[in-house]
Design a protein around this ligand. Sequence first.
Ligand code: URC
Length: 301
Amino acid sequence: MAITLGPNRYGKAEIRMVHVDRTTPSHVLTDLNVSVALSGDLDAAHTVGDNSAVLPTDTQKNTVYAFAAEHGVGAIEDFGLRLARHFVTTPSITRAVVTIEAYPWRRLGPHSFQRDGGESRTARITVADGGEHVISGVTGLVLMNTTDSEFVGFIKDRYTTLAETTDRILATSVTAAWRHAPAGPAGDPAEATATPTAPDADWNTSYSTARQALSDAFTGTYSRALQETLFAMGQAVLGTGKGLAEVRLSLPNRHHFLVDTAPFGLSNEGTVFHADDRPYGLIEATVRDDELPEAPQAWTS
Ligand SMILES: O=c1[nH]c(=O)c2[nH]c(=O)[nH]c2[nH]1
């Protein structure tokens, strides 16, 4: 039997890079998933463990970050061409395939963005024991501020490595659910009895007002922690004056870590980030209007 090595390639897959162009007051956001696949004279790496022709996948990843830090990104076709041309300058590499996915973000403000698609409106209705409860919500509402977020003053113990930062990206995928105060005998939510009935609300207007309040509060809050942003979002929903009694928020902290480009002799002043997908912080809380009756049965299965 003659066993030979067939076609092969290798590379770093799914390099999640976020680039923030801060050269104008309106930040320009580029959110990419870059994969590199190289091939060439790599038989020895497979057959005899000789890595002398291997450009490490870690170096490939660093190159993607360094090119973005040094030249910016521009059109993904240009970025891919620059990278692929560079990789084939390595003598052992004869073929470079750079695949790029760009995620679209809609501008909400000079440094605030919303990811298009993936958002759903939700509703949870409970009728039991003569009572009616309506919970409305949103999930998958992905928001990002490219500045106006800091995180300092937290506990430091022997396991802490996180550095304090006064300027970071804040991004989350909002899951929020708000409970409509039931109507009381005189239509007043504060008068609701033990057997409340659902208000005769304009659900569509109520939804769009609450959803907009969430988005505006995220965008407009200078954040010292995602916890502070969460509370501002909860207050904003309850403040819409649409008979909302309580909002429950679940906010994953979609971490964006500043890439250390110093080893490549490049500065990185809040421009090139690694978008990490896990683990993530998960910030959750209920925000209530204390003047309205509680209704735990509206949330339980
Ligand atoms: O907004 C934040 N809240 C935290 O509780 C936390 N913890 C952490 O490591 N980073 C952050 N960010």
